[in-house]
Design a protein around this ligand. Structure first.
Ligand code: NAD
Length: 455
């Protein structure tokens, strides 16, 4: 029986003079053989029929009760998140606890959105199940990202097959096992494996793919889903810009730039990836960014007062270093940190003088790096901010005129003097950061087929 093993990111280190990399295993799960997918899907189809026949309110109640079971394993889940992807215990507890506490509210909002609407006295708008939904999720918020997609899919009357990231299989196993203490059999299943299993699932006889992950994977999924015209929700990566105008409150802008670049060790889809600062305030801004960034504490998930955990694995660590080395070779200056950290951490790093030809500006970094560039002309800064295939979130700090600058930014979520995105708004990307979205009535309805009933 083939198994999938997850490794503690903090334990990665080089051995044999750098020839090999070793790490401590956290645990393993059985890999779902691709040949088994038809049986999994068949079970999902049978279960879906009975599930969909329940009244909406009953499905909502089932789901709320299932989420209540998570309270008993909250601590175990938070610990597994730390062990498998390195997030510190405080943040991991917040991720799990937030999911549990929000569940009843989220479930009732979904249920409201999917309630049949009377258009006139002879026409109804119904929100019908699609069938079997594959939820494919990433490792960086292993509970929250799966939850965002699987809860609306379930309450809409679909059965769900979750394919979690191969880096966080144990978190997913416990999450789904616990929900299944209440849910009817096979309404929610988990399959374990890597990209190949994800591809096979997308190509299989299912009705929808709800995906959170990288842009490259999203494009491949879209191609594989095309022949069956499967419904898609695509929450993809970002390369989010921050524009700091001369009129900005510099201290607030500094706090945001550092916090947003470093959150989750920079491994967040909406982390600030590029900072464009007006040259008139650039010196003060940079000096304050370096001072604040120096205070961030790096460490393992279970160390005290940690702000920045390890990078999830050696490949991702190497990618961040390559971006820093590329920037340095092309003329950027390191104001804090280095371009050559040993595994597993990237310490707080501040770089200035980034230019469009650098990987640091053109690509998603996914590491704790503040990457700064100066501007003298706001239109040029807006042009640089928009010069990306990505369009997830964007932020402007400034006084009067900041909103007018924000209006010109090509992103699904834009913040003025604060982070982009709000709890009561859709989570949505523009351009190649995705399409289809979750959150709010419009988001929840993407997990359903609209049926117009005239009678
Ligand atoms: P990833 O795309 O490598 O993997 C995500 C999931 O997709 C995993 O379960 C993986 O096994 C699977 N997968 C990979 N290629 C696939 C394919 N071709 N077909 C089917 N399944 C496939 O992403 P990751 O490294 O796990 O996560 C980081 C990425 O996710 C970043 O780009 C980040 O910005 C993005 N992200 C986006 C959001 C959002 O809300 N927009 C949220 C979190 C993360």
């Amino acid at each position: 029986m083939a198994v999938l093993t997850s490794y503690d990111p903090t334990s990665y280190h080089k051995v044999d003079g750098g020839e090999h990399i070793e790490a401590i295993a956290v645990g393993s799960v059985e890999i779902t053989p691709i040949e088994l997918l038809p049986a999994v899907i068949n079970n999902a189809k049978v279960a879906q029929k009975a599930w969909a026949s329940l009244p909406l309110i009953e499905r909502q109640q089932y789901v709320v009760k299932a989420y209540q079971q998570l309270v008993a394993v909250q601590d175990e889940l938070a610990t597994l998140i730390g062990q498998e992807m390195g997030k510190d215990y405080r943040r991991a507890t917040y991720e799990v606890g937030g999911t549990i506490q929000n569940a009843p509210y989220f479930a009732s909002e979904i249920s409201d959105a999917l309630t049949t609407e009377q258009i006139d006295n002879r026409t109804e708008l119904q929100y019908r199940p699609l069938g079997v939904v594959a939820v494919i999720s990433p490792w960086n918020y292993p509970i929250a990202m799966a939850n965002n997609l699987l809860m609306p899919a379930l309450i809409a009357g679909n059965s769900v097959i979750l394919k979690p990231s191969e880096l966080t299989p144990l978190v997913a196993e416990l999450f789904i096992k616990t929900l299944n203490k209440v849910l009817p059999e096979h309404v929610l299943q988990v399959v374990q494996g890597d990209k190949a299993l994800g591809q096979a699932l997308v190509a299989a006889d299912i009705n929808m793919v709800a995906f959170t992950g990288s842009m490259a994977a999203g494009k491949n999924i879209m191609a594989n889903a095309a022949s069956g015209l499967k419904r898609l929700v695509m929450e993809l990566g970002g390369n989010d810009p921050l524009i700091v105008m001369a009129s900005a409150n510099i201290d607030s802008a500094v706090r945001f730039a550092v916090a947003s670049s470093f959150e989750n060790a920079g491994q967040m889809c909406t982390s600030t990836e590029r900072v464009y600062v007006d040259e008139r305030i650039a010196a003060e801004f940079e000096q304050k960014v370096v001072a604040l960034a120096s205070r961030y504490r790096v460490g393992a998930w279970d160390a005290a007062n940690v702000n920045i955990g390890p990078i999830v694995n050696p490949a991702q660590h190497q990618k961040v270093l390559e971006q820093l080395q590329d920037a340095k070779a092309k003329g950027a200056r390191l104001l804090l940190g280095s371009d050559d950290y040993p595994l597993p951490f990237i310490h707080p790093t501040v770089v200035t003088g980034i230019t469009p030809d650098m990987l640091l500006e053109g690509e998603e970094t996914f590491g704790p790096v503040v990457a700064i560039s100066h501007f003298s002309d706001i239109d040029a800064a807006i042009g640089r901010a928009n010069n990306s295939h990505y369009g997830l979130a964007a932020v402007v700090f400034g006084g009067q005129g900041a909103k007018a600058v924000a209006e010109q930014l090509e992103a699904g979520m834009v913040g003025v003097n604060q982070g982009a995105g709000a709890g009561n708004a859709p989570w949505v990307g523009a351009k190649q950061s995705g399409f289809g979205f979750h959150g709010t009535a419009a988001g929840h309805r993407q997990f359903a087929q609209v049926r117009v009933m005239n009678y």
